[in-house]
Design a protein around this ligand. Structure first.
Ligand code: 5GP
Length: 190
C-alpha cells in the first residue's frame, strides 16, 4: 500500500534490535485515513473468505482491526493483556504470547462469549516480526473451535522469521508493506 510505505519512509524511525518506531501514525498517534485505507485493502483481499469476525491483540492492533471489521460489516474482538475482574477462568480462553518489543512472555485472554465454534476469523496486527502474536491468537481461535481464514498485517519485517512460520502453518498472509531490511538505520522495502 503506497500511502503506508510513504509514511514509513517519512516518519518511521529505526531503533536497535530491528525495531521500527511508527508512533506518530500507528502506535500512539493514529492516522485514521491510513487505517481506513488498510481496512478497505484487507477487505478487498479477503472478501471471498467468509470472514465472520476480526481478531487482534491490544493495543496497537485495534485501529487497523476496527477499520477492517467496518469494511466487512462484522464484529471486531481483541485479546486482552490484563484479566478483568468480571471474568473468571472458566469463562475465557487464554494463551501465552512473547512480546517482541518488550522481550517478555505474557498471558492474554479472550472471553468465550466473543468467539465461537464455526467462526471464520481474520487476524489483524500492526507488525509481523517472529510470528508469536499471530500464533498465539490462532491458538485462541483453535480453543474456540473456530478457524483462522487469513492474516492481515500492516508492516511485515520479512527478514525475520514470522512470514516463514505462518506460511508453514498454511496461513494466507497479506501484508500491506514488506520490509527487506532495517540495516544501517534505513528502511528498505522488498
Ligand atoms: P511477533 O509476535 O511477530 O514477533 O511481533 C509482532 C508484535 O510485536 C506486534 O504485535 C507488534 O506490536 C510488536 N512488534 C514487532 N516488531 C515491531 C517493530 O519493529 N515495531 C513496533 N512498533 N512493534 C513491533
Amino acid at each position: 500500500m503506497e500511502l503506508l510505505k510513504e509514511m514509513v519512509l517519512k516518519y518511521g524511525k529505526v531503533y536497535p534490535n530491528n525495531v521500527l518506531k511508527v508512533d506518530s501514525f500507528v502506535n500512539h498517534q493514529i492516522d485514521a485515513p491510513l487505517m481506513k485505507q488498510a481496512g478497505d485493502e484487507f477487505y478487498r483481499y479477503f472478501k471471498e473468505s467468509g470472514v465472520t469476525k476480526v481478531l487482534t491483540i491490544e493495543a496497537s492492533g485495534i485501529a487497523p482491526a476496527i477499520m477492517t471489521a467496518l469494511s466487512f460489516g462484522v464484529p471486531m474482538v481483541f485479546a486482552k493483556k490484563t484479566l478483568p475482574s468480571t471474568l473468571t477462568k472458566d469463562t475465557l480462553y487464554s494463551t501465552e504470547i512473547f512480546s517482541y518489543t518488550k522481550n517478555v512472555t505474557s498471558k492474554v485472554i479472550l472471553s468465550k462469549e466473543y468467539l465461537s465454534q464455526g467462526d471464520r476469523v481474520l487476524i489483524i496486527d500492526d507488525f509481523l516480526a517472529n510470528g508469536g502474536a499471530v500464533m498465539g491468537l490462532d491458538d485462541i481461535v483453535k480453543q474456540a473451535g473456530a478457524t483462522t481464514v487469513g492474516v492481515g498485517i500492516l508492516i511485515e519485517k520479512s527478514f525475520q522469521e514470522g512470514r516463514k512460520l505462518l506460511e508453514q502453518a498454511n496461513f494466507d498472509v497479506h501484508s500491506l508493506c514488506r520490509i527487506a531490511s532495517l540495516d544501517e538505520g534505513r528502511v528498505t522495502f522488498e
